[in-house]
Design a protein around this ligand. Structure first.
Ligand code: SF4
Length: 336
């Protein structure tokens, strides 16, 4: 990995890229926008997962989305929430034909009511629903970024195939490769066989905040066109992706790692809090920092009675810190 890139894993690069995107998206200095970047990592469809996803959100729409809670709405809940009427109505009259048995819709209506994202009442043996608010149109654009700090020729070949697929499917509005600055006159990524429609973003980690430079501008893709997926299917998938980005953000890595391990620390790297393993003395990957790690040791119970430092446990404090930052970002505060 290049000098200045945090850690010896793509994972660290990914976290720093996410943090940078949250602060500084879009990378083109001449593109003025009031869109709020909602950033997530490891998100996609069953067939394709992207390292970083930036949802460019309409500020008023994003604020209105908050009425539906912090968690993502899945496709079944979206079906209910988006079509729930302003006035009380039997759910079967109010909602469009689902294309699957109504009993599943009924279960989703109950789930929606449990999460307070729709109102329900009984009228005889019928369940009536009413919306709590119109579901807002909050998604302007969806951008997919592949993080490749070291883009070797073989990695570029694999990535080229995947990005060809992204370009022809046009599920995202644009696709990028993010790579670490090498200091060479022509960034090696530009010499690799990537689709010309993909942008190339070069991140330089020398300072406290990474510096980003556009080495190649991406072409705008058209998600509203039928490709291997119909425009309608893509619209549904894009909404689900955006909802998952909203619900998970990019700090949810902590939920699959072991912040309750005595060796787990968070270190500030290029503006992002990146996990550090004090046992191995390196930035561990999410895969290494799991239940099967042979070095895992539970944090001493006495730690939990003290105030917690950022560097070091206890795990619950780290979880709280990251959750609080996720919440602040949803509340449209990029400095959180
Ligand atoms: S010892 Fe293992 S579980 Fe503990 S922080 Fe390090 S990688 Fe994670």
């Amino acid at each position: 990995m290049s000098d200045g890139v945090p850690g010896d894993a793509e994972f660290g690069f990914e976290l720093v890229t996410c943090r940078w995107a949250e602060r500084a998206w879009p990378p083109e200095p001449d593109r003025e926008t009031d869109a709020v970047p909602v950033v997530a990592r490891q998100l996609g469809t069953r067939n394709r997962r992207w390292d970083t996803v930036v949802v460019e959100a309409d500020p008023a729409g994003l604020a209105a989305r908050a009425a539906f809670g912090e968690r993502a709405l899945d496709s079944d809940l979206l079906h209910v929430v988006r079509h729930a009427p302003a006035e009380w109505a039997w759910y079967r009259d109010a909602l469009p034909e689902p294309g699957y048995p109504w009993r599943y819709v009924r279960a989703a209506v109950h789930r929606a009511a449990d999460r307070d994202v729709v109102e329900t009442r009984r009228a005889g043996n019928r369940i009536e629903i009413r919306r709590i608010a119109p579901y807002p149109d909050w998604i302007r654009r969806i951008v997919a970024i592949e993080n490749k700090p070291d883009l070797s020729a073989s990695a570029a070949r694999r990535l080229g195939d995947q990005m060809d697929h992204d370009v022809t499917t046009a599920l995202a509005d644009e696709v990028w490769v993010a790579t670490a600055a090498t200091g060479e006159a022509v960034e090696p990524a530009l010499l690799e066989d990537l689709p010309v429609e993909a942008g190339v973003l070069v991140l330089d980690f020398d300072g406290d905040d990474p510096d980003a430079r556009v080495a190649w501008h991406p072409a705008a893709l058209d998600p509203s066109a039928d490709t291997s997926l119909s425009a309608e299917t893509k619209a549904g998938k894009r909404l689900e992706l955006a909802e998952r980005a909203y619900g998970d953000g990019w700090r949810s890595y902590v939920e699959t790692m072991r912040p309750d391990c005595r060796w787990f620390e968070l270190r500030s790297e290029s503006g992002a809090l990146v996990p550090w393993c004090a046992a191995a003395e390196c930035h561990q990957t999410a895969g290494e920092c799991s239940g099967s790690c042979p070095e895992f040791q539970p944090e001493p119970p006495s730690w939990r009675t003290r105030g917690w430092p950022i560097e070091g446990g206890p795990g619950k404090g780290i979880r709280r810190l990251l959750a609080r930052r996720r919440r602040r970002v949803r509340a449209v505060d990029p400095e959180a």
